[in-house]
Write a protein that binds this ligand. Structure first.
Ligand code: PEP
Ligand code: MG
Length: 740
């Protein structure tokens, strides 16, 4: 194959060589095109005129079948196979035996390689292996993109094809850039081993090292960085001893592949199976194997698992299977344009961090790491959850326009920063920020928010590699209080459990984690952690005011008990001569529906209430907030839901205590308008929402909204959603309801 004149000559030479080596009369190579058809790119034995002319639709004939199933097919009597169909222009009707293998890369079918013989012939295992090995070489040639020049004019080969992929929006924004793989692909330079025994030894050594490194990570508790959780690693530990997997790896080496090529072969077959597997349990298992193969490959290549954050090019869009929040924080934000993950939903921790960093992010894009090549042009739309891979110029133009419009609107919102948040009829509304990381603090000045309405303290615990010490907690809380200056900060005590798992703590298996042992329940049952946190908060606030609230309170008694722990800590600090806070205000999060029926009782005890609408909605409608199928099922602008929210606002008014709402609802202008209508005067939201919500309220007559919304709720109790009515009201009144 030395010095091929051009790509076609090189392919022609490869098929001739294969045919010769396998003593086959025919060897043909088909490449997958962007439209899913397979085009004959080279042949030895079939009629040459058919090259670039003959195509097979997906699933058509034996070649289509192999592509679809991503599995080899060996037949000694091909013409009697139900899928057999022949293309007259190729002259293949005279061949009886057929051996075809998919050309796979990262589990994606890129083409099909076939040999045929005139006589009935049974191909051996070794012959199939040899053909698969050649297919690996062809996969790399296809991936390099060089075959595009040979394709019929107007057609794209699949690997260069523009793709629009739908995932889950994780962090708002539109980003255009170029793919950077968080775990760079290992480039395998040698497929064929010089000494198979030496390769077998290399494989065993790498497997041993892999097992040891997993044990080591588990022992050290150094977990958050890679995004692994303890139980994931524990699964890896088990899978690393999987006999079937080990056998396949060893067999692949024994066929003469290098250890790296063997791992890649097994991994690619595994990925292809994974993508076709519908049983969630089996998929998970295949996924674990895939993850492990990846580690093994890096181990063999002596290549570090993740890209060096210091080498990040400009306009980078990070693509990863999964990623820990700490790993994302390592990258230079100013060079990042977006983040795309194979996993990760809108409420995952990485999503929270991406939002805090202001990076558009999309999750749940299946096998994205297998579909992209480093350096591919890519667009992330964190609003719709769409990813455009290798976009056509018109698509790129449309997104550039979208990004430009967003930037322009942001500019306008920035212009509102110092405008007082007062409605048209003179009612002052409190607009606060939701925060949780040091990263968020500059947003306080930039957005013009009046304070931090929700500081999610668990984020520090979630991004850390081990439990933050008392000193580390004090340091963070102090920085927050100092950055806020005169502006109030409401700290929420640890809201862990449920979906918020700490990587270094073993997770309890629970049937319904959202309804399980979480948040204040853990705090009250195992008060050590809560006590330490309260001590840190109270110490950090020495000489100043502090506001603390408790998550997931379901009964008044729970609030009493939490308050008692605060009192105890205050007494402890006083006894030891510490500087006490000037004023301690204790609040309750209203996010469990039982509190709606004890609202006056709790309002009589708490200094303030804050509605956690994310959880309140999930429990009111019995609709898991993590489940994408439920995401659009119930509209919070439903009369029942607005009534529930009104109960809290009215109780606050009756009992003379402030009420805030700090769920996602408050950050959406139309929803925020409805909330002001039912009596809310304080909202807390992500920084990006402050501008749009302020623009809304500046044009709103709250008295009119209040009349309208309250009447609407009462007059249309059976409506599924009041959204359209509210939109019409906003339009009539000239109220801006643009999102960010
Ligand atoms: C909520 O539940 O609405 C809330 C603000 O808290 P979190 O999203 O952190 O559960
Ligand atoms: Mg909550």
């Amino acid at each position: 194959m030395a010095e091929p004149v051009n790509a076609q000559a090189r392919l022609d030479k490869i098929v001739t060589l294969i045919a010769g080596n396998m003593v086959a009369e025919v060897c043909s190579f088909y490449v997958m095109r962007g439209d899913g058809t397979l085009e004959l790119f080279a042949t030895e034995g079939l009629k040459r005129e058919a090259v670039h002319l003959t195509t097979m639709k997906a699933g058509e004939g034996l070649v289509g079948l192999i592509a679809k199933q991503a599995e080899p097919l060996s037949l000694s009597d091909a013409q009697n196979h139900p899928s057999f169909s022949y293309k007259p222009e190729t002259g293949e009707e005279i061949y009886q035996s057929f051996l075809g293998v998919p050309v796979l890369r990262s589990g994606v079918t890129m083409g099909v390689l076939v040999v045929q013989n005139r006589a009935h012939r049974v191909y051996t295992e070794e012959e199939m292996e040899a053909l698969q090995t050649t297919a690996m070489i062809l996969a790399e040639i296809i991936a390099s993109g060089e075959l595009q020049a040979l394709a019929r004019p107007g057609t794209d080969i699949a690997v260069r094809k523009p793709l629009a992929l739908q995932g889950q929006a994780m962090a708002d924004g539109v980003g255009l850039g170029y793919v950077v793989l968080h775990e760079p692909r290992v480039v395998i330079k040698n497929l064929i081993a010089d000494d198979p025994n030496a390769e077998a030894r290399r494989l065993e050594t790498a497997l041993g090292e892999l097992r040891a490194s997993i044990d080591d990570m588990l022992d050290r508790g150094d977990l958050a960085h890679g995004g692994e959780h303890r139980e994931v690693l524990e699964t890896f530990r088990m899978v690393a001893h999987d006999r079937g997997w080990l056998r396949r790896l060893r067999e692949a080496v024994m066929t003469g592949l290098t250890a790296e090529a063997a791992v890649e072969r097994v991994q690619s077959d595994n990925r292809a199976r994974m993508m076709r597997q519908t049983d969630p349990y089996l998929r998970d298992r295949l996924h674990d194997l895939d993850e492990l193969a990846n580690r093994l490959l890096h181990q063999l290549a002596g290549q570090s698992m993740v890209a060096d954050p210091a080498d990040l090019p400009d306009n980078a869009v990070l693509v990863a299977r999964t990623m820990g929040p700490a790993a994302l924080l390592d990258y230079d934000r100013s060079r990042l344009r977006g983040l795309i993950l194979e996993e990760g939903g809108p409420t995952s921790h990485i999503a929270v961090v991406a939002r805090a960093m202001g990076i558009p992010a999309v999750g749940m894009i299946e096998n994205i790491t297998g579909l992209v090549e480093a350096g591919d042009a890519i667009i992330v739309d964190g609003q719709t959850g769409i990813v455009q891979l290798r976009p056509q110029p018109d698509v790129e133009q449309a997104y550039k326009e979208k990004a430009r419009l967003r930037a322009k609107r942001q500019e306008q919102y920035r212009g509102l920063r110092d405008v007082e948040p007062v409605t048209k009829d003179g009612v002052r509304i409190n607009l606060n920020l939701n925060a949780g990381l040091l990263f968020d603090l500059p947003n306080l000045d930039q957005s013009g928010a009046q304070g931090i309405g929700l500081f999610r303290t668990e984020l520090q615990f979630m991004v850390a590699e081990r439990l933050p010490s008392l000193g580390e907690q004090i340091q963070l809380y102090r920085s927050v209080i100092e950055a806020a200056g005169d502006r109030p900060v409401t700290f929420r005590t640890l809201d862990i459990g449920g979906d918020k798992v700490l990587p270094y703590m073993s997770k309890m298996e629970e049937e319904n984690p959202a309804l399980g042992w979480r948040a204040i329940r853990i705090g009250l049952d195992r008060p050590g952690l809560l006590r330490a946190q309260l001590r840190a908060l109270l110490k950090a606030a020495g000489g100043r005011d502090i506001r603390i609230m408790f998550p997931m309170i379901a009964t008044v008694d729970e609030f009493d008990r939490a308050k008692a722990i605060v009192d105890r800590e205050l007494a402890h600090l006083e006894r030891h001569g510490h500087d006490l806070p000037r004023l301690v205000k204790l609040g309750v999060m209203v996010e469990v529906p039982s509190l709606l029926f004890a609202i006056d009782a709790i309002a009589a005890k708490a200094d303030f209430m804050s509605v956690g609408s994310n959880d309140l909605m999930q429990f009111l409608f019995a609709a898991d907030r993590e489940n994408p199928r439920m995401a659009e099922r119930f509209d919070p602008l439903n009369p029942a839901c607005l009534r529930a929210l009104r109960v809290v606002a009215r109780a606050g008014e009756r009992c003379g205590i402030p009420v805030t709402l700090c769920g996602e609802l408050g950050g959406r202008p139309l929803e925020a308008m409805a909330l002001l209508g039912i009596g809310y005067r304080s909202l807390s939201m992500s920084p990006i929402s402050i501008g749009p919500v302020k623009a809304m309220l500046l044009g709103l007559d709250v008295a009119a909204a209040s009349d309208y919304v309250n009447r609407l709720i009462d007059e249309k109790p059976c409506a599924v959603s009041l959204r359209e009515d509210l939109k019409a009201f906003a339009e009539r009144e000239g109220v801006s309801i643009h999102q960010a």
